[in-house]
Design a protein around this ligand. Structure first.
Ligand code: NAP
Length: 307
């Protein structure tokens, strides 16, 4: 392998063993990770930072396909190779949280981390998805999340992070809805650990909502919508037109849920902003500078259009 490694190539553990690079390397680890938008997003922001801070001229962000069963030993190898920062995506966020030093309380609350920082004592874990979600929602809808009644769909890793983010922000109320209702108890338990917990209700996805208000925001954190043939995760027709609808999915850019919301006159946003903002905070943790979320968003959008 040459020293000028292409940042858009897909690397493996085998490539890591003989990693020849002397500059500062960053990477996202996932499986599958082939279509990750993180390399173009981070490399665009690094190029911009480099204009005022030439110390970043040898920093490059890569993507590695790592199987879950090889993640633990892979993290040791990335550490020994001196990778300054790692992002973790599906299915590694929960697995990794048990093997790294805790960088912030959000990792313990969500039992997940998506960002690792190299330190002399090992990798330190952070979860920037919470900041990503709240920043994207507040920026795209020009609102304060704390003024809103939230209907959160899902009970997986993304929903858990969203629930903690809503709890910490202090939303007016939080209704958790999932296909498997029993999974919501664990999220309620996490919310109860917060210093102050908003009023929480739970229900099944296909049940009528316990309450409806003029200040609602629906957040889809289920994977329903990834396939264009998926049904919508919620029936929006009983909600007022003032409802805001945020779908964490960004590919497709307009899920069936967002199309239905638009047809009902509701404002919508997809998850690309969340991806950009979580990346912005990760890069800030690694560089201790202020990367531009706008630049990262534009690069992610361009990357999405070229796939
Ligand atoms: P996950 O842990 O696998 O959770 C999947 C969720 O979807 C569960 O609540 C599951 O319900 C529900 N679900 C799956 N199939 C369903 C079906 N046929 N009917 C009803 N519900 C169904 O996934 P995750 O990591 O939380 O991710 C969830 C979504 O968020 C994904 O689309 C992911 O791409 C997106 N995401 C986006 C960002 C971003 O930066 N924009 C970041 C993180 C995640 P059950 O509990 O009943 O199985």
């Amino acid at each position: 392998m040459k020293n000028d490694l292409p940042s858009d190539a897909l690397y493996t553990l085998e490539d890591l063993e003989k990693w020849p690079r002397e500059g500062t390397s960053l990477a996202v680890l996932g499986h599958p990770v082939k279509h990750s938008l993180s390399p173009p997003m981070h490399n665009a922001a690094l190029a911009e930072l480099n204009r005022d801070h030439p110390e970043f001229s040898d920093w490059t962000y890569y993507k590695f396909d790592i199987q879950p069963e090889e993640l633990k030993s892979a993290l040791g190898k990335f550490y020994r190779k001196g990778f300054k920062g790692l992002n973790l995506t599906v299915p590694h966020k929960i697995l990794a949280a048990q093997w790294v030093n805790i960088g912030e309380a959000e990792v313990e609350l969500t039992e997940a981390c998506n960002t690792l920082l190299w330190t002399e004592n090992g990798y330190q874990g952070y979860n920037t998805d919470l900041y990503g979600l709240t920043s994207a929602i507040e920026d795209e809808f020009k609102i304060q999340l704390q003024d809103r009644d939230v209907l959160l769909l899902g009970a997986g890793g993304a929903a858990r992070a969203a629930a903690v983010a809503c709890g910490q922000t202090g939303v007016r109320s939080l209704t958790l809805a999932n296909r498997t209702v029993s999974k919501l108890d664990a999220i309620r338990g996490v919310l109860e650990k917060l210093e102050s917990c908003p009023p929480v209700d739970t229900c099944a996805l296909d049940q009528p909502l316990p309450s409806v208000s003029e200040r609602m925001i629906v957040i889809n954190a289920t994977s329903l919508g990834l396939d264009p043939d998926d049904p919508t995760p919620a029936d929006l027709r009983k909600l007022p037109a003032s409802t805001l609808v945020f779908d964490m999915i960004y590919n497709p850019a307009r899920t069936k849920l967002l199309k239905e919301a638009e047809s009902l006159g509701m404002q919508v946003a997809n998850g690309l902003g969340m991806l950009a903002y979580q990346g912005e905070r990760s890069l800030k943790i690694w560089t201790q500078k202020n990367p531009s979320a706008k630049t990262m968003f534009a690069a992610a959008q361009a990357g999405l259009q070229s796939t």
